[in-house]
Design a protein around this ligand. Structure first.
Ligand code: NAD
Length: 527
């Protein structure tokens, strides 16, 4: 099964599911199931006759049986779902869990036209098709909003629609959380922002780092083309943005802009603006949809995926926040052209971290593409972003709220967060630099505490050196050690460490003697 699972086309009658599905199946090299056609074949009569002779209930049962059989297939398929399937109780939840849902849509006038005008013969459109469509749209819009991608079909040929769907899916990573979502990676993906915002959203607040105002304006113009009312809220990025008061001011601005429950926030910036805007999305009206557009490499390879949102408190990093998954993440490496060399390089701490805790595929990818990535080679960056997102997607899907394995992603962060705070949030070592130092400490501890081969840690440190991540904090070891108990993962004031048994085999929840911590800090070379 491919990472995206089955692709299911949903949408109102006339949206083009049955026409587009075979073309898409050809583009993707997949088998095809059309639930209506399958039912017609099995019962030997048209859908209209099934409705009139056997009744709608029988049709729905047959339709559901077909869909379940298709979803159980081990071969990834393109499935054209009969329009009423998603309206069946529990169906949308099953579909979104097992498949990537693509919703096709067009104006009612187009739909009626495609169905043959006012003489439309579809059973559910008998009488006045315009009236019936309006009713169906209202009834099914909640289910359609679960789709992972929304493609307009008005003014496009079926081939063009299939191309758009294929482009949306190619190279995307699926994060299979309770409400799964896609991470789209590639040059130009920002042009498709309207395809990722829930169709119910009439207003969008673009919360953007001032440093990327052109990116924010580009997104706003694409959304306006889709008839969405957009308010751009620019704020200075950086660690100072991650404050409760800034979140509060943004909440007031969302309220002033008239955002409602079905509306959406688009977060545009690095990890700081992402964490902050995510918290705003999670708390505004008790939670509205949000899309993340990361604009630093660090945000692309780490913070944009996984739904951790939050702000800092005086005593530490990220001490207030919630888990709130986005509905999509759009990573366009071309926005990285303006990122400072320091920020760019810092992201490699998270890339090296991912390769230390992840599987062999990612290790191999990082070894192969690290140097080209450091040179900002666009293809290498796409591969590295995708590889790191795949690791994170897999870990997060199994442990959305970090009650277990997700903690492996905190390798290097126990010391990293302490160092960020102690050197002055936003003024001293930045997140990546601090995590790189934290990995050196965790590496040294791994050799002693969890038997990690020395060569694995020596190699980790060489990779960090190759990335230019050689900063050491000007702090005394006991000063850092004294701060570790404030970490979110600490219990009873005692830090719980993520260490390595070997590269690719992390262990969590390790308690380490204070003297051993001081030794490791000294060995890692506090300045
Ligand atoms: N939520 C998570 O899972 C998670 C994971 C890792 C890190 N984080 C958080 O992420 C933050 C670090 O993120 P970051 O490194 O992206 O920092 P950042 O958001 O501060 O961005 C770094 C700097 O780059 C600027 N910038 C952003 N995009 C730019 C662009 N395209 N061109 C030019 N300048 C640009 C910003 O204004 C800022 O000055 C930390 O607060 C960390 O705690 C969160």
């Amino acid at each position: 099964m491919s990472a995206l699972g089955h692709v299911v086309l949903v949408g109102l009658p006339g949206s083009g599911k049955s026409t587009v599905a075979p073309i898409l199946a050809g583009r993707l090299g997949r088998g095809l199931v059309d639930t209506d056609a399958d039912v017609e074949k099995r019962l030997g009569m048209s859908v209209e006759r099934v409705f009139s002779e056997l009744g709608e209930a029988r049709f729905r049962a047959e339709e559901r049986h077909t869909a379940e059989a298709a979803l159980n297939s081990s071969e990834p398929l393109v499935i054209a779902a009969g329009g009423g399937l998603i309206a069946q109780r529990g169906a949308i939840e099953i579909l979104e869990r097992h498949a990537t849902l693509v919703c096709l849509d067009a104006d009612d006038a187009h739909l009626v036209d495609r169905l043959g005008g006012d003489g439309a013969v579809r059973p559910l459109l008998a009488g006045s098709p315009h009236e019936s469509l309006r009713h169906l749209r209202a009834v099914r819009s909640a289910a359609h909003s679960h789709a992972h991608v929304h493609i307009r079909t008005d003014g496009r040929t079926p081939e063009e629609v299939a191309d758009r769907v294929a482009a949306a899916l190619s190279g995307s990573v699926r994060v299979a959380t309770a409400h799964p979502y896609l991470v789209r990676v590639g040059a130009g993906v920002l042009d498709s922002v309207a395809e990722q915002v829930p169709p119910t959203a009439r207003r969008v607040a673009v919360i953007a780092d001032e440093a990327v105002s052109t990116v924010a304006e580009h997104l706003a113009s694409r959304l306006r083309l889709a008839d969405v009312t957009v308010t751009v809220m620019a704020i200075p990025g950086g660690e100072d943005a991650k404050r409760w008061s800034v979140a509060g001011a943004l909440l007031e601005r969302c309220s002033d802009a008239g955002l409602e429950r079905d509306d959406c926030i688009v977060a545009v910036g690095g990890g700081t603006v992402g964490d902050l805007a995510g918290l705003v999305a999670a708390t505004y009206l008790r939670g509205i949809a949000w899309v993340v557009v990361p604009t630093t490499l660090l945000a692309m390879v780490d913070s944009a995926v996984g739904g951790k949102t939050g702000v800092n408190l005086r005593r530490g990093k990220n001490l207030a926040g919630v888990f709130w998954q986005p509905c999509a993440v759009l990573c366009d490496p071309t926005v990285l052209e303006t990122v400072s060399q320091r920020s760019f390089r810092s992201a490699f701490a998270e890339i090296v971290k991912s390769s230390m805790v992840g599987g062999s595929d990612l290790t191999e990818l990082v070894e192969r593409r690290l140097h080209a990535g450091l040179e900002r080679d666009p293809d290498a960056l796409v591969e590295l972003v995708r590889g790191c997102c795949e690791l994170k997607a897999g870990v997060v899907a199994g442990d959305e709220r970090e009650s277990g394995r997700r903690a492996i992603l905190n390798y290097g962060h126990t010391v990293g967060h302490a160092v960020e705070v102690l050197t002055g949030l936003g003024a001293g070592l930045d997140h990546g630099e601090a995590v790189a130092f934290g990995m050196r400490v965790a590496g040294a501890l791994s050799i002693v505490e969890s038997g990690c081969p020395t060569a694995d840690i020596a190699h980790q440190d060489e990779l960090l050196d190759a990335c230019g991540l050689t900063e050491r904090p000007r702090l005394a070891p006991d000063e850092i050690a004294g701060h570790l108990g404030l970490d979110k993962k600490a219990r009873g004031g005692v830090a719980r460490w993520v260490l390595l048994r070997r590269r690719g085999e992390p262990v969590m929840g390790i308690v380490v003697e204070p003297t051993a911590v001081i030794r490791a800090l000294t060995q890692a070379g506090v300045a």
